[in-house]
Write a protein that binds this ligand. Structure first.
Ligand SMILES: Nc1ncnc2c1ncn2[C@@H]1O[C@H](COP(=O)(O)OP(=O)(O)OP(=O)(O)O)[C@@H](O)[C@H]1O
Ligand code: SF4
Ligand SMILES: [Mg+2]
Length: 330
């Protein structure tokens, strides 16, 4: 469900995150882990962020919570600039935006009961209500008799349900999900994705959903952003990007991972893309993808391609994009 009217719930504008790397007496280098990313997210919308390991997905998400060193740009949540928010503002922010992690076990305190885990954010906010916690657990499929148990007695899928209930306890409008189903079996993945879909409809939630698994993203996302070495290289409606990828990187990603529907069939493990991503501390000049790009030309080494729209809402950062032949309107 997509509702792109009105102000975005989350707006990221030209965000930059940098790390100093290298130790000892060697020269320090800078990794531009997020290098000028702009994205926005509206109520009821799911934006899928994809890209290979190390391209900066988690760093971008962590920046939204003040956990990555922001070197530039602006983050706006529900109309408020939170780029450099202090502790008090962060607490306010937790009413609007929450994170769901990949490994629910490490994110949940093993000594607490499941009821206590979901209650904790409400207690901190001074809004604890036992019935509300039980209703929320029931809503994500955890029955009342299970709520006195500890996470170690739960399966991976049940733990992720608890993680989702905890993230929803303060009734945020935005969930930031970093590989939320990657640690789960495929059949369980589908159940959790369906739950996320139902909750989105019910509460008008917006999801920023990171996954390296394109079949998961295809199942859940309205819009896709493809990231390569800190930059968004293609963005558009999920259908348009999956049907007509224009950036050579998106095309290779799709070609290297056969897309299965996670609700129906068992996925094959994705094959990796040819070649390795370059060293993030020493990327190629011009277009960072050129060392792996079958279409690279001289210009690609000299200039940095910017995101440009091909169709309304579909853009890619490439000098020589592959424009699919579209059926002529009859
Ligand atoms: N604390 C840090 N210090 C130095 N470099 C870091 C730090 N955190 C991340 N990086 C670097 O930033 C880049 C982006 O890493 P990030 O973890 O965001 O990638 P990712 O897309 O989430 O990868 P994955 O799919 O493996 O989770 C990588 O080059 C990584 O080595
Ligand atoms: S700008 Fe050049 S190197 Fe980069 S993706 Fe396009 S064709 Fe390939
Ligand atoms: Mg990550």
């Amino acid at each position: 469900m997509m509702d792109v009217r009105g102000e975005p719930l989350l707006d990221i504008d030209d965000l930059r995150v940098q790390f100093q790397v290298g130790s000892g007496f060697g020269a320090k280098k800078v990794v531009k882990a997020v290098d000028g990313v702009s994205l926005s997210l509206h109520s009821g919308q799911t934006l899928g962020l994809v890209g290979e390991s190390g391209c900066g997905k988690s760093t971008l998400l962590r920046a939204l919570f003040g956990l990555s060193p922001v070197a530039g740009g602006k983050i706006t949540v529900a109309g408020k600039d939170v780029t450099h928010a202090g502790r008090r503002e962060r607490r306010m922010l937790s009413n609007h935006m929450q994170m769901v992690f990949q490994d629910p076990y490490s994110a949940l305190d093993p000594r607490m009961t499941v009821h206590e885990i979901v209650a904790e954010p409400l207690r901190v906010a001074g809004r604890y209500n036992s019935r509300e916690v039980e209703e929320l657990l029931d809503r994500v499929g955890v029955s009342a008799e299970m709520s006195t148990r500890r996470p170690s007695e739960f399966s991976g899928g049940q733990r992720q349900r608890v993680g989702i209930a905890r993230a929803l306890a303060l009734r945020p409008r935005v969930l930031i999900l970093d590989e939320p189903v990657s640690a789960l079996d495929v059949s369980i993945q589908a159940q959790v994705l369906n739950l996320l879909g139902d909750l989105q409809q019910e509460f008008g939630l917006a999801y920023l959903f990171v996954s390296h698994d394109l079949s998961v993203v295809r199942h859940i996302a309205d819009e896709i952003a493809v990231m390569y070495l800190g930059r968004i290289v293609e963005r558009g409606a999920a259908d348009a990007v999956f049907r007509g990828p224009e950036h050579p990187y998106t095309r290779s990603l799709l070609a290297s991972a056969p897309i299965a529907d996670p609700t129906r069939s068992r996925q094959r493990p994705p094959r990796t893309l040819a070649g390795e991503p370059p060293d993030a501390a020493n990327p190629p000049s011009g277009c960072a993808f050129r060392s792996r790009c079958p279409q690279a030309q001289d210009r690609c080494a000299e200039q940095l391609p910017q995101l440009r729209e091909s169709d309304p809402g579909h853009s890619r950062a490439c000098f020589f994009p592959e424009i699919p032949i579209r059926a002529a309107a009859s």
